[in-house]
Write a protein that binds this ligand. Sequence first.
Ligand SMILES: *Cc1c(COP(=O)(O)O)cnc(C)c1O
Length: 373
Amino acid sequence: MSSQKPTYITRPYLPPLEDFLPYLEQIWESRQLTNKGPFHRQFEEKLAEFLGVNYISLFTNGTLALVTALQALRITGEVITTPFSFVATTHSLWWNNIEPVFADIEPETFTLDPYKIEAAITPKTTAILPVHVYGNPCKVKEIEDIAKRHGLKVLYDAAHTFGARYKGKSICSFGDMSILSFHATKVFNTFEGGAIVSHSKEMKEHIDNLKNFGFRGETTVVAPGINAKMNEFQAALGILQLKHVDNIIARRKKVVSLYREKLKIIKGITFLDDMPGVKHNYAYFPVLINEKEHGKSRDDVYHFLRQHNIYVRRYFYPLISRFPSYSALETAEPANLLIAEQVAAKVLCLPVFPEVKEDTIEYICNLIVDLLK
Ligand SMILES: *Cc1c(COP(=O)(O)O)cnc(C)c1O
């Protein structure tokens, strides 16, 4: 059994190579490799249409989209954010000289707890940076109310939510801005890539200037911008990937349903169901391993599966607040982040990608049953 080929947490989806070659030929012909070429323009339009948003700016990756979004919103001082995310969320604050303030998450969605956000506000707070972690929508209404009451901006890290919808709208329609990631490991990839969704023509233009060194036109530089442009190769792949993404999400949904069916009977493993009003993208399948019920820790399960060539991941362990760059902050204290600490100690993400075979899911679930019984 353990001679089974390795299964990783994800396997990037790529369209058939022959479908990509005509795009490459066009790039070779035009010699337009980057700087708002024809594929960039096309992809931006098609993507806005697909997501159901009006203003989108393409980036070379999600991290630079985050860094630039904070600049575009002129955020300074302190920003309230979650420790339960990929480390890039907090790094984007560091790169802008902003002090991260960690607040705890909710056990039901693993997203920022609105009560904890409000309790963390100080006179220096200028914004909230929540994460729709695993694609689970944050409490957007409550967060909007808090932001309004206290005059704060809201920037959503929507790196996990490609194609997800909430109450019939794109998840990216909430807050002042949202950022997306098209990294190889995400539901939708352009090798690497990212985007900012904003809500006015002026703001989109400003963001487009910022991602190109601050240039507006040929000779005017309006701000100390950065180079974060998406190139034509990424944009061409994006155009092609859009044709497949509904199918990719449907296949992911099947994989997650199979896991849920097979694991629901096992004591000591819990997981979230679909949330009401949400069209999920099934980016991840996190389960919580409750050691008290069977004496096996999350790490026992993690190592056991790896011994059997199943490369599960402990997203998100350690918490961002535990990394040396941030652990000295007052709000990084474990006592301030009790739920996040508990979830980080129990969580395990099982392999989800369009081509996972039913046999493999069965094999993984049987291994877990064997270990926990
Ligand atoms: C992947 C990810 C990012 C960073 O995106 P890149 O495209 O890899 O730079 C940011 N935030 C979260 C939550 C992510 O998962």
